[in-house]
Design a protein around this ligand. Structure first.
Ligand SMILES: Cc1ncc(COP(=O)(O)O)c(C=O)c1O
Length: 365
C-alpha cells in the first residue's frame, strides 16, 4: 500500500489537528446530558443583536445565490465605523482565515515568524504549513515579552504576531510598551495585531494597532472578529485592516467567496447595534467582577483579565478538574494544553452560568 503520508508537503505530518473547545452537541452525546454550559471558547453567552437575527431570517431565502465575494456593503459599514478606506479592509471566514491568508501571502520556505507562547496557536501552525520557522517566545508575567521578541528578530524575520489582548491569559500590552517596540521595528517586518477581544477592553493604557496604522505605519495588519463581543461565532466572519498594499496581496490569496451572504448581512447589523455591544460589555464586566470575588474567597489566584475570559490557578490538575466539570455539564478549557497544568481558562458567562460554575468549582476544589 502506498504510504500517503510521504506525499504531503514537508512539515505537515508533524502538525497536530487543532482541538477546539468541546462543542455542546458532542458533550451532550458523549455524556448523555441535557443541559450543558459552555465556557470553553470565549463565545458571547448573550448571543447577538436581535436585529441581526431578523436579517439572518430575511437573507435565508437568498442562499441559492453566491455571495458578493468582495463584501461591498459590509466593508462600507466597517469603513464608516472606523473612518478608514474600503481599500484597507479584507473580510475573512473568521479572523482565523485571515491569519492563513497572511501566511499564504507572505511566508516563503524558511522565513521566520515570531509569536509568544502560550498565545493563539494558529500563528505557529500557519507558519509551519507554509514551510516557515516559528520562533516562540515565552510570556513574561502572563504577557507578551516585547523586548525578548525584539531580541529574536533576524534577517529572516517576516512576520511578528501580537495577540492583544492575549488568549489564553487575557492580558493586554500598554501603549508605552508598544510604542517602544514599534520605534525599533524594521519596516520590512509585518506586525500582526490580533485584536479578537479588543472590544472588551476599557483600559486607557490600551492602544489598538489601528491607531498605529492611522499614524502612518504601513506594515501593520489588525485582525478583528465578529465571533466574540458581536456574538456571531457560528457564522464565521472576521476582518483585517491594513495598508491598501497589504490588502491587495491578501486579496490575491483569498478564496473568491470566502464569506457567506448571511454572515455579511448579520455582521452589518451587529456592527451598527453598538447599544447591544455596550450592554454585553457591561454584563461581561459584572460577570468578571463576580468571578474575581468568588475566586478571591476561594483563595484562587487569577490573572487580571481585560476580556471575556479568566485564566485562574486552581492549584489542582487541570485535566482532572476539566473532566469533572464536564461530567457536571460545564465545559471549560484546561490549562495543560497551554503549558499551565494547574490553570483553567474560563469564559465569563451569564449570571446564572457563572453562579453554577462557582458552585461546581467549590465542590471540586
Ligand atoms: C486571539 C484569537 N484570534 C482569533 C480567533 C479566531 O476567531 P474567529 O472566530 O474570528 O476565526 C480567536 C478565537 O478564539 C482568538 O481567540
Amino acid at each position: 500500500m502506498t504510504d500517503i503520508t510521504k506525499m504531503c508537503r514537508k512539515g505537515i505530518n508533524n502538525l497536530g489537528v487543532y482541538a477546539p473547545g468541546k462543542p455542546i452537541e458532542e458533550v451532550k452525546r458523549e455524556l448523555g446530558l441535557e443541559h450543558i454550559i459552555k465556557l470553553a471558547s470565549n463565545e458571547n453567552p448573550f448571543g447577538c443583536s436581535p436585529k441581526a437575527i431578523e436579517k439572518i431570517k430575511e437573507e435565508a431565502e437568498n442562499v441559492f445565490l453566491y455571495p458578493d465575494g468582495n463584501g461591498y456593503y459590509l466593508k462600507q459599514t466597517i469603513s464608516e465605523h472606523y473612518n478608514i478606506k474600503v481599500s484597507q479592509i479584507i473580510l475573512g471566514n473568521g479572523s482565523e482565515e485571515i491569519v492563513h491568508m497572511i501566511a499564504r501571502g507572505f511566508i516563503n520556505q524558511d522565513d521566520e515568524t515570531i509569536m509568544a507562547v502560550p498565545s493563539f496557536p494558529r500563528y505557529e501552525t500557519v507558519t509551519r504549513i507554509m514551510g516557515g520557522i516559528p520562533t516562540q517566545v515565552p510570556l513574561k508575567d502572563f504577557k507578551y515579552d516585547l523586548p525578548a521578541i525584539a531580541s529574536k528578530i533576524t534577517g529572516k524575520t517576516k512576520i511578528i504576531f501580537v495577540c492583544n489582548p492575549n488568549n489564553p491569559t487575557a492580558t493586554i500590552l500598554r501603549k508605552d510598551e508598544l510604542d517602544e517596540f514599534l520605534s525599533q521595528l524594521p519596516q520590512d517586518i509585518i506586525l500582526v495585531f490580533d485584536e479578537a477581544y479588543s472590544e472588551y477592553v476599557d483600559d486607557p493604557q490600551y492602544k489598538s494597532g489601528l491607531t498605529y496604522l492611522k499614524e502612518g505605519y504601513e506594515n501593520i495588519i489588525v485582525l478583528k472578529t465578529f465571533s466574540k463581543i458581536y456574538g456571531l461565532a457560528g457564522l464565521r466572519i472576521g476582518y483585517g485592516i491594513s495598508s491598501p498594499q497589504i490588502i491587495d496581496i491578501l486579496n490575491k490569496v483569498r478564496e473568491p467567496f470566502n464569506t457567506n451572504r448571511i454572515a455579511q448581512k448579520a455582521a452589518i447589523e451587529v456592527l451598527k447595534d453598538q447599544e447591544f455591544v455596550n450592554k454585553v460589555r457591561k454584563e461581561n464586566s459584572k460577570g468578571r467582577m463576580y468571578l474575581e470575588k468568588a475566586f478571591d474567597k476561594m483563595g484562587l489566584e487569577y490573572v487580571k483579565s481585560y476580556t471575556n475570559f479568566i485564566f485562574v490557578n486552581i492549584k489542582k490538575d487541570s485535566k482532572t478538574i476539566f473532566e469533572k466539570c464536564l461530567q457536571r455539564g460545564i465545559v471549560v478549557r484546561p490549562g495543560y494544553i497551554f503549558g499551565y497544568p494547574q490553570y483553567l481558562r474560563i469564559t465569563i458567562g451569564t449570571e446564572e452560568q457563572n453562579e453554577k460554575l462557582v458552585e461546581i468549582l467549590k465542590q471540586l476544589l
